[in-house]
Design a protein around this ligand. Structure first.
Ligand code: F6P
Length: 362
């Protein structure tokens, strides 16, 4: 019987737990089942660049990975094989057929693709248009993937944001300031909501609930009346005032990637226009993504990695690993590759937040 050969790659922004997934795939696939696991560097790019950057992964080469942040395979949110950018303003070109040929030339039965919605969309297309077998593993600190309750990396980001709030709490209290913490999440407010509740924020601004600054002012003043001279506010990077923009501007991040910046500053300005408050803004940024995974994410990543191998073993290509109701299972990949999963305004944690007096601005 020929040895099964499977490719693995990590795409999009990194997230704590990527290495733990790779390790679990290799330990189970290669260590237990005797498969060959081939890692592609920098997402799909490893197949497309000359010389190809493909590596045999073995339990030995994956030692010590469980707690390590980042990804040993490297990653990129550039390099879409369906819209490849050569640089220098060249028009994007489709290299997907070349990629599919490279996967076949490497004698890979299929790919385990660890990534967020963008990467899973590419993976789903690769399967649909070129017949490359793909099993997805949901990754992103933003937790905004459809079809899974949680992505790995999310809780590690929440932990960092919560610790930041704890630290801001004491300095806010000492100086009678309003401290605004801007957290990541793109168009979704999951990190802001969970960290806000965990860190005892007084106000949380979510992209899903455009805010009225007056409501935050009211909350700050009400606290003052009770002798609480400081306030803590968590702002998701995608949050915006009702009828307004999230940011003071849009900032270009590398080739072709533009994102909003300044949600925290926007809110600080809105407060300063209305109240006599001393405000400071902290943008947590990539501290939320760097570093090792917390134990929950190590466990989830290990479960996801093993489940990915199980799906391959059963020939269930075109699926994505997921967590649903506390159980690790799978869902059609196309489902995960759709629109981002946003916080529903009726989400139970929104109800809880309101119930403990957190002002959501809407
Ligand atoms: O999707 C993960 C994420 O960290 C978002 O929360 C954030 O908006 C974005 O990536 C930042 O991207 P970059 O690392 O390219 O600045």
């Amino acid at each position: 019987m020929t040895t099964r050969r499977i490719g693995i790659l990590t795409g999009g922004g990194d997230a704590p737990g990527l290495n733990a997934v790779i390790r679990a795939v290799v330990k189970h696939g290669a260590g237990q089942l005797g498969w060959e696991i081939i890692g592609s560097e920098d997402a799909f790019n490893g197949f497309l660049e000359r010389p190809q950057r493909l590596h045999d992964l073995t339990p030995r080469s994956c030692q010590g990975l469980l707690h390590r942040g980042g990804t040993i395979l490297g990653t990129t949110n550039r390099g879409d094989p369906f819209a490849w950018l050569d640089g220098d303003g060249a028009r994007p070109r489709d290299r997907s057929a070349e990629l599919a040929a490279a996967v076949r030339a490497a004698e890979l039965e299929g790919l385990i693709v660890i990534g967020g919605d963008g990467t899973q969309r590419i993976a789903a297309r690769l399967m649909r248009e070129h017949g490359i077998g793909v099993v997805g593993v949901p990754k992103t600190i933003d937790n905004d993937l459809a079809a899974t309750d949680f992505t790995f990396g999310f809780w590690s980001a929440v932990e960092v944001a919560t610790e930041a709030l704890d630290r801001l709490h004491t300095t806010a209290e000492s100086h009678d300031r309003v401290m605004i913490l801007e957290v990541m999440g793109r168009t979704a407010g999951w990190i802001a909501l969970y960290a806000g509740v965990a860190g005892g924020a007084d106000c949380i601004a979510l992209p899903e609930l455009p805010y009225d600054p007056e409501r935050f002012c009211h909350k700050i003043l009400a606290r003052r009346t009770r002798g609480r001279q400081f306030s803590l506010i968590v702002v998701a990077e995608g949050a915006r005032p009702r009828g307004g923009e999230a940011s003071s501007g849009r900032v270009r991040h590398g080739r072709g990637s533009i994102r909003a910046d300044g949600a925290g500053q926007t809110l600080a300005r809105a407060l300063a226009e209305r109240l006599d408050v001393e405000t400071r803004v902290t943008v947590l940024g990539h501290l939320q993504r760097g570093g090792g995974p917390i134990p929950y994410d190590r466990v989830l990543a290990t479960q996801f990695g093993v489940q990915a191998v199980t799906l391959v073993e059963r020939g269930q290509w075109g699926t994505m690993v997921r967590l649903a109701g506390g159980v690790v299972g799978s869902a059609p990949l196309e489902q995960a590759a759709g629109a981002p999963r946003l916080v529903d305004p009726g989400h139970p944690l929104i109800v809880t937040a309101r119930a403990v007096g957190i002002e959501l601005g809407a």
